[in-house]
Design a protein around this ligand. Structure first.
Ligand code: ADP
Length: 384
């Protein structure tokens, strides 16, 4: 029996529970609130924010390996624990180039992987002339702690950029160097791939999926994505290059843009399980959560293949401030044939908060049909 410490106790840690039980692994969680989803499934919880390295020291005493469901950690402080022999998987060196979006872009570019054009605002002398080569619209991003589109702004012109920067820097007391700016990609579709690397260096990838975002938040995932075999091969090669270069042990989510010109660009790397892989719980022989635990525990990797022709996953996002558990909507959704509903048990709903998700297994790979099913779920979930 291995004990795995998980930094972060949100839904990603919560969804490790079934896999942990299957593999005979105990989970110990570090998370701030007793209301966090994974507290209910953890063998033990260390109640502390994810960036509290003193708490992680206590966590380390309770487990054999530490992994992450949330990467907003204090790497400098954790590296002292690593020097003292605490085993982090993935290792901290694999996270270091990824936690800051600017550093991440530089790392990917230096590896020769395709990324949008970008610049850090602290290295810009003459903003106006530098921005000309990116053009407008442009995308302004917080370099750190962005998630679900928080800290990502699409900017239409120079005046709007100045206004946004001045608002963000004054209201949040941030320096301009906290931001990066990049070209807006007029993508045809957004794609993602989940890839995992074992202790022995074996790599397994899941089917490439299409992700659909609204207001920068993931709404739906369609598996597999309707793309060419060459595009699939290109994306798999990107995953291999990245995981091998970082010597990752564990699972990564890689978000990509498919440009209108057919060109693939990497948008973002998540060094953990990812929303774009939730379909794997119901649709694949080995879920991303089991696969991650297999990797970090040094077990052989499982089969990532789809067990149905296709699948569509729909996020159930909060749309109001409420304490409701939405029983009746959940019941209606559960009645859809081949629907599997996952409810994270959060006690508070807020607009945009991920409260649960549904995966519907499909007997074909018809994209239009997958989208229609997603819309019918959304019409039950969201009030008119
Ligand atoms: P987060 O880390 O908050 O998920 P992302 O950088 O992944 O932020 O951006 C969220 C979404 O915003 C993306 O899925 C995409 O829809 C949109 N987006 C981000 N960067 C760009 C870009 N350079 N061009 C066009 N759209 C973008």
């Amino acid at each position: 029996m291995k004990r795995v410490g998980v930094i972060g106790g949100g839904q990603l840690a919560w969804m490790m529970a079934d896999a942990a039980q299957k593999l005979g692994v105990e989970l110990v969680v570090q998370t701030p609130s007793e209301h966090d989803p994974a507290v209910s499934i953890a063998k033990e919880t260390v109640f502390a924010p994810v960036d509290d390295a003193n708490a992680t020291k206590i966590l380390a005493q309770k487990c054999d390996i530490i992994t992450f469901e949330n990467e907003f950690v204090n790497l400098d402080a954790l590296s002292i624990l690593a020097q003292q022999g605490v085993c982090f998987r993935p290792r901290l060196e694999a996270l270091a180039p990824l936690l800051d979006k600017y550093d991440q872009r530089c790392y990917l570019r230096d590896l020769g992987l395709p990324v949008p054009q970008f610049l850090a605002l602290d290295e810009v002398k003459n903003l106006k002339s530098q921005i000309e080569y990116l053009g407008f619209p442009a995308v302004l991003k917080s370099r750190r702690h962005g998630y679900d589109g928080q800290g990502t702004f699409i900017i239409q012109d120079f005046a709007a950029l100045e206004q946004k920067l001045s608002y963000e820097t004054t209201t949040k007391n941030l320096n301009q160097s906290f931001f990066l700016l990049e070209e807006f990609i007029p993508f045809e579709r957004e794609l993602a791939i989940i890839a995992v690397r074992s202790v022995k260096g074996e790599i397994v990838t899941y089917p490439v999926v299409e992700t659909q975002q609204e207001q920068q938040v993931c709404r739906r995932v369609i598996a597999p994505a309707e793309i060419t075999p060459n595009q699939v091969a290109e994306i798999q090669a990107i995953a291999h290059t990245l995981l091998n270069s970082l010597q990752v042990v564990g699972i990564f989510g890689i978000e990509l843009f498919l440009g209108t010109n057919g060109k693939i660009l990497v948008n973002e790397i998540a060094p953990r399980t990812h929303n774009s892989g939730h379909f794997s719980i119901d649709a694949c022989e080995t879920s991303q959560f089991e696969q991650h635990l297999r990797a970090v525990c040094g077990l052989p990797l499982g089969n990532p293949a789809l067990q149905s022709a296709g699948a569509v996953m729909v996020n159930l996002l909060g749309y109001e401030d409420s304490h409701s558990d939405y029983q009746s909507q959940r019941q209606q959704i559960a009645e859809i044939p081949q629907a599997h509903i996952h409810w994270y048990g959060k006690t508070e709903s807020r607009t945009g908060r991920k409260l649960g998700h549904v995966t519907v297994l499909l007997d074909n790979q018809n994209r239009e049909q997958a989208i229609a099913i997603a819309h019918s779920i959304e019409s039950i979930w969201y009030p008119r």
